[in-house]
Design a binder for this molecule. Structure first.
Ligand code: GDP
Ligand code: CA
Length: 364
């Protein structure tokens, strides 16, 4: 049972971090022990690895693909949100990435399939078969049936995900963080008493309205990164943390033993999922509150910390607030400000380009 209030400690990293942009250049590799991009970075295809949740990660990826059409992009997807429904293995975050990049997403919702119908779920409801609070469309059901049948035949989730991507061709390599069973659980206290529920029950059924006391990545300590995950991090020119939920998306991925340590050795640039004290869409503020982190671009960067993060993109509207604490709380993290609303793919590509430029600057 791994609690998600603190990230794994990257030994010795933060102590060796630099204190200002001017000091960073030149001596960086010696000081941090971080591997510089190989000499081929300029000539061979750029390799970018991301840790991603669902909607925020997927939308960013659409922009990244446009900004770096020739790059080899590997996505390490969160599976802590996975849930068994009607005997089927549902992977909300992997599917959101796959559908969004594959052109099958419902643009209005940001998740689930476009042109969806709900015949199967209404038939299930007629049988009194629940739960009825998690909406599954007919087209989406087919994905979960295909996935579950392959898993039942003994294939690991990483292989199954590759199979499903054969159809969607997302233009990135999509890897689940682990092939093992890891579930995000939420400790709550309401009229039914103090208890632990699955993340989806708290998020979807309870709309994150019942205060969360803590988040637990159940099963994480026995889990291993899926095949290819550590290699994708090691091989990357840099790692990007897209604007995904820092606690239940990126925090869960970092809880898998070995992943945070591997990421900590790389140049890492993050994009703030918080703009002007709010999480743009969704209820990520409820997750941050539960782990005692303020909903601000600076607080999220401080939570990741200089042991993990080298660069941090914040929205222009947050520039002055972040600059006020940059010398103290964010020491060792290079901050750049630009508009971070992912309104369309072209705007998102500008954000992705800024992340690439900052990574290149920091890796020099
Ligand atoms: P989920 O698994 O579907 O919740 O998706 P993620 O964890 O990948 O991302 C959710 C987060 O994306 C939300 O908590 C928001 O903070 C963030 N987000 C959504 N839209 C935007 C946007 O336009 N700009 C930025 N900067 N962040 C966004
Ligand atoms: Ca999610």
């Amino acid at each position: 049972m791994i609690k998600l209030d603190r990230l794994p400690v990257m030994t010795g990293k933060s102590a060796r971090k630099s204190w200002g942009p001017s000091l960073r250049a030149g001596t960086r590799a010696a000081r941090t022990g971080r591997r510089l991009p190989g000499p081929g970075w300029q000539t061979r295809r750029m390799r970018i690895t991301l840790l991603a949740g669902g909607v925020g990660g997927a939308r960013f990826l659409r922009g990244l693909r446009m900004a770096a059409p020739d790059a080899e992009i590997t996505v390490i997807g969160n599976t802590g949100d996975d849930i068994m429904l009607f005997g089927l293995h549902v992977c909300p975050d992997l599917d959101t990435v796959m559908y969004t990049l594959g052109g099958g997403i419902s643009e209005e919702q940001g998740w689930g399939r476009a042109d969806e119908t709900y015949a199967v779920q209404s038939e299930l409801t007629a049988y009194g078969a629940g739960p009825d609070w998690f909406r599954l469309g007919d087209r989406d059901f087919a994905t979960h049936i295909a996935r579950t049948s392959m898993l039942s035949a003994g294939l690991p989730l990483s292989v199954v995900t590759r199979q499903l991507c054969e159809r969607w061709r997302p233009g990135v390599r999509l890897l689940p963080m682990t092939d093992d069973d890891v579930q995000t659980h939420v400790e709550i206290d309401d009229e039914a008493g103090r208890r632990t529920v699955h993340f989806q029950e708290w998020w979807v059924r309870l709309h994150a309205k019942v205060p969360a006391l803590s988040f637990i990545a159940s099963g994480a300590e026995q889990a291993a990164p899926a095949p290819g995950v550590l290699q994708a991090i090691a091989d990357a020119d840099f790692v990007v943390l897209p604007p995904s939920n820092p606690v239940v998306s990126i925090g869960v991925i970092l809880a898998i033993p070995g992943i945070a340590e591997a990421v900590g050795t790389k140049t890492v640039v993050g994009v703030s999922p918080v703009i002007g004290g709010a999480p743009v869409r969704g209820m990520a503020d409820a997750c941050l509150a539960a782990i005692g982190v303020k909903t601000s671009a600076a607080a999220v960067a401080a939570h990741y910390g200089p042991g993990l993060l080298d660069g941090w993109l914040v929205d222009s509207s947050d520039a002055s607030a972040v600059a006020a604490v940059e010398a103290t709380e964010l020491a060792g993290i290079a901050v750049r400000a630009l508009p971070l609303l992912m309104t369309d793919v072209a705007t998102t590509a500008t954000i992705a380009r800024a992340a690439i430029d900052l990574a290149a600057e920091l890796a020099r």
